[in-house]
Design a protein around this ligand. Structure first.
Ligand SMILES: [Zn+2]
Length: 395
């Protein structure tokens, strides 16, 4: 039984739940009682919906409901409800009757054992937040038109998704997506469609790689990929200019791309629980450069002048692809042939991170010490100032 009492706050009456007394037998009866008791103050509630705080809130959580009968709720009440709490009940599916709350903006249906979300949800054309944590939802649980909802926040953590449903990738207004603790094995390249996304939480899945397309999200500030099986970070992530926090702990990373230093807004980077290499990697793979590459290197590094009349367009394009060798003691460039090389970079004077470098030739590594603990290599090394990374969590 839920008792509610009218209270007055800044001149407006609204309902405050006093306490909840749960019975397993009379779940439906209790709902009916609440609704009857609340009907008496219908007008006040409606009034409150237009003014003070807490207005338009209907809390039906923790009532052992296994169905949702709304016949006792007046049209006015339904229209006035903007936030509906149905969490911690026993609803096996989100009932179609929910669509009668046509002004609903916030719906929490967490912890129900839900395996189906009815088509009726797509009629909630003002729904901005949907929270359905800890249910039994998977990619077959959602209506086809789910992607037409104007959702800004979607939290489906603790469910059974094995892949990200195509409907999610149509939610163009989505700012926060949480799918932690599911069974996702990959992140679809179409994640780049979610151009409003600011927070992406995918911790605790089975993800093995990060698609470069993720870097096309201009507002992404918080990216949580901890507790997965990720083996590498694509260098394209450097394009995430808004990124403030990157959680990568408990994955299978052995190094990071050097480009991670370009994430100028990054303040938090968590890396504990990764097999990040602790020794300098001596083994290098290096295929001799082609004659084309050698010619291109010579033109670029010696600044030989050329114009579009001098060579066919594919060679002009090739010359544009030259990458500058990151070794500050080498003025060279490279094209396709380079040395993969892991170098430790001093972060905040406290941590040394293994970053992947690409050098133009094996000779470029000569100024470097083979011992990561040695001070000898730090002279030409980039040191990331403390203000850049306020927190680096290595364990
Ligand atoms: Zn070089």
């Amino acid at each position: 039984m839920l008792f509610m009492t009218p209270t007055c706050n800044s001149g407006h009456w609204h309902w405050t739940p006093l306490f909840i007394w749960r019975t397993t037998k009379s779940a439906i009866t209790s709902l009916s009682t609440i609704l009857k008791s609340s009907l008496r103050c219908e007008m006040d509630l409606h009034e409150g919906a237009a003014h003070g705080h807490g207005e338009g809130v209907l809390d039906l959580s923790r009532l052992n409901l296994n169905t949702l009968s709304l016949v006792e709720i007046s049209e006015e009440r339904k229209m006035g409800t903007k936030q509906l709490y149905l969490s911690f009940n026993r609803l096996p599916s989100l009932p179609g009757s929910v669509c009668m709350f046509s002004n609903l903006e916030f719906l929490d249906i967490s912890n129900n054992g839900l395996s189906v979300i009815c088509e009726g949800i797509t009629w909630l054309t003002k729904l901005r937040t949907l929270i359905a944590k800890n249910n039994r939802l998977d990619e077959f649980s959602l209506p086809k038109e789910f992607g037409s909802l104007p959702l800004e926040v979607l939290n489906l953590s603790g469910n059974r998704f094995e892949e990200m449903p195509a409907q999610f990738l149509k939610l163009q207004r989505l700012q926060s997506l949480s799918l932690g603790g599911n069974r996702l094995q990959s992140i679809p390249a179409e994640i780049e469609n979610l151009t409003s996304l600011e927070m992406l939480y995918l911790g605790g899945n089975l993800i093995t790689s990060i698609p470069p397309e993720l870097a096309n999200l201009p507002y992404l500030s918080y990216l949580v990929l901890c507790d997965n099986r990720i083996q590498g970070v694509p260098p394209q992530l450097t394009r995430l200019h808004s990124l403030r926090s990157l959680s990568l702990h408990n994955n299978l990373l052995t190094y990071l791309p050097r480009e991670i230093l370009s994430l100028v807004r990054l303040q938090e980077l968590s890396l504990r629980g990764n097999p990040l290499v602790v020794r300098f990697v001596k083994e290098m793979t290096y295929d001799p450069p082609s004659l084309l590459e050698l010619a291109g290197r010579t033109i670029k590094s010696r600044n030989v002048p050329y114009s579009s009349c001098d060579m066919p367009s594919h060679l002009l394009h090739y010359l544009d692809l030259a990458s500058k060798c990151p070794n500050p003691k080498c003025a060279g460039v490279y094209f396709d042939s380079c040395v993969r090389h892991i170098k430790f970079v001093d972060f905040c004077g406290k941590y040394r991170l293994p970053l992947m470098h690409y050098l133009c030739s094996p000779e470029c590594t000569s100024p470097c010490s083979s011992n990561p603990q040695s001070d000898a290599e730090s002279e030409d090394e980039i040191s990331v100032p403390a203000y850049r990374l306020q927190r680096v969590l290595l364990g």
